[in-house]
Design a protein around this ligand. Sequence first.
Ligand SMILES: Nc1ncnc2c1ncn2[C@@H]1O[C@H](COP(=O)(O)OP(=O)(O)O)[C@@H](O)[C@H]1O
Ligand SMILES: [Mg+2]
Length: 389
Amino acid sequence: MAAKILVVDDDPNVQRLLQYSLRQEGYEVVIAGDGAEGFRLWGAEAPDLILLDVMLPKLDGYQVATKIRSEEGSASHVPIIMLTAEREVEQKVRGLRAGADDYLIKPFHPAELLARIKSLLARFAPRDALVGRPPLGRLFAFYGAKGGVGTTTIAINAAIALHRELGRKVCLVDGNLQFGDHRVFLDLGLDRKSIVDVVTAPSIDVDLIRQVLVKHDSGVDLLLAPPSPETAELVTADHMPQVLEQLTSLYDYVLVDIDKRLDEINLRILDAADTVFVVMTADLSCLKNVRLVLETIGHLGYEQSKVRLVLNRSNAFTGINVKNAEGALKRSIDHQVVNEYRGAISALNSGAPFMFTKADSLLGRSLLDFARQVDKMTPAAPALAPATR
Ligand SMILES: Nc1ncnc2c1ncn2[C@@H]1O[C@H](COP(=O)(O)OP(=O)(O)O)[C@@H](O)[C@H]1O
Ligand SMILES: [Mg+2]
């Protein structure tokens, strides 16, 4: 597998030059145009090495290096080469103190850069160890209180926001085994691998899971539902916890989209989840179902705080407002997503989620707010988390 190099530089000429010469050498290249983006992409892309300019908008190179070093913990170390325009010794010292492993003074010869990259990559191999900070490993279930309330819409777009806007490693699982919609929402054919390829293998391990996951253009990894309802039967309730455990060892967030059935499979997913987002709209049948779900969850012995209520299409006129809904449920609504029918339906019909193509729309901003709230709920990554759990 080609090593992945993250280039953080605001100068388009440098970006182009580095991209060209690194690709020629067979490296995979990811580009960030400012320090904040560089830091985000380090989290999201887990590069094998970073080329970091010093003078950058938003966060300078020293700040980026310092932040990375403080977050990655002692279990891993991404090699950083600082690219500096300054010759002063003092600057070099500052760079090295901030956590760089090497530095180069601009302008430099590509051959020299490549030699330094090779030597650092060799020094910091083996690659199979975790690169970047350890994954947070949080599992979220998105549970629709009834069909058509927008559970899939919210799960997919929240996944994209968590990855692209908040720099998290994210996996999205279509837990609607019989009638999963993710292939439609994301314009993927029936030939793509699915959870069936996981459960029919002799044993479930991380390598197998990695092979079956489908990479969406947004950068979110997908575990798709079976291509047909008949094959869904191959997935049993016992498989679920195993699959989810492997996934949480690899990702910051694993989001599972499930429907309202409280069957054995869904119960196992709810059980394994850190948080259950119950998606609802403000109508009577939904309120009835949510009440039943809250009761069931009480019977199962889960803490009420494990469940969070998400009111979708919150500003749509239904005759029942947020206050009424809260009164009927005797608890507060935790999150709201606005109503924008055209944005939602045209994204669905084109197979391009709005969070990917129209993040700045009303709906995109509403989902981003939601993703931010969700991301804040997660306790900060421990400095020295185990690599797997
Ligand atoms: N916030 C929203 N505003 C307007 N329409 C929405 C919104 N969320 C979802 N929809 C629409 O509702 C319909 C059902 O959405 P979907 O995500 O498939 O629901 P579910 O997974 O709960 O069955 C789709 O046509 C979708 O475009
Ligand atoms: Mg759905």
